[in-house]
Design a protein around this ligand. Structure first.
Ligand code: ZN
Length: 80
């Protein structure tokens, strides 16, 4: 690994590439998307701006593909 290498991840909301530490990390817990820095497994990343998160949550198809799973968000669960 190169010296000073910073892991970069892509925001699923706007597509910007940023250092991992600047992004929020989301994982699936029992099929529901939750924000977690430590929960293992497939994760998606998103900028800290609300606008990016909103776009991320609206893009259900993109989320399902990213997680390879039919994703529920907290909004979905509250409707049940
Ligand atoms: Zn973004």
């Amino acid at each position: 690994m190169k010296r000073g290498h910073v892991p970069v991840r892509t925001c699923k909301g706007c597509g910007a590439r940023r250092p991992k530490g600047e992004l929020r990390r989301f994982v699936l817990e029992k099929g529901v998307m939750v924000e977690s820095r430590i929960f293992p497994g497939r994760a998606v990343y998103c900028c800290r701006q609300e606008s990016c998160l909103e776009r991320l949550l609206k893009n259900k198809k993109g989320l399902n593909r990213a997680f390879r799973y039919k994703v529920l968000t907290k909004q979905d669960r509250s409707i049940e």
